[in-house]
Design a protein around this ligand. Structure first.
Ligand code: SF4
Length: 169
């Protein structure tokens, strides 16, 4: 209830439920709940839809400012959950460094690839896919395709998934 931005969660002694008329499908309650008690359902609220909405909002946010934007990704303390969660955990892979790009999709694709190329920490929330080249985020969230967001971002014109890494020591 604390995390819902639109007060859509109702908890009484008799019931716990989400008011579908108020819910905007942001997914905050789903990622915040430590007990996987929340199931957000409906045509526009599954995980893929939330990822697609995120990149659509990002596209709206940069509209008209494309040539003035630059992006930094800090691949440090790569924890199993999203940074927006109110808690943290041990990293699942070693730190990979800083990335810069003028393309928000290319930088995220490069970041994902770097994380997947790393060897995962056995003593972390990573349950499987520890070997270099295996999908680390699937190793934590087996039901989420981390590429959904990138595919949709490229499709709607937010950027390109193609990139060339240039190392600066
Ligand atoms: S997804 Fe959860 S947090 Fe987001 S609006 Fe719906 S009930 Fe509230």
């Amino acid at each position: 209830m604390e995390w819902c931005p639109v007060d859509a969660i109702i908890i009484t002694p008799q019931e716990s439920r989400i008011n579908p008329d108020l819910c905007i499908g942001c997914g905050e309650c789903k990622v915040t709940c430590n007990y996987e008690a929340v199931k957000v359902s409906g045509g526009n609220t599954n995980t893929r839809a939330v990822q697609e909405k995120m990149v659509e909002y990002a596209l709206g946010g940069i509209k008209g400012k494309e040539k003035k934007m630059g992006y930094f990704n800090f691949l440090m303390d790569i924890t199993p959950e999203c940074d927006c969660c109110g808690w943290s955990d041990r990293p699942i892979v070693p730190d990979q460094g800083f990335l810069y790009s003028d393309d928000p999709v290319a930088i995220d694709q490069a970041s994902l690839d770097l994380v997947n190329k790393a060897r995962g920490f056995e003593d972390s929330a990573l349950k499987e896919n520890h070997e270099p080249g295996q999908d680390k985020f699937r190793g934590v969230h087996s039901d989420v395709d981390p590429e959904d967001q990138l595919r949709h971002a490229e499709k709607i014109g937010l950027g390109s998934r193609k990139y060339k890494l240039i190392n600066i020591d």
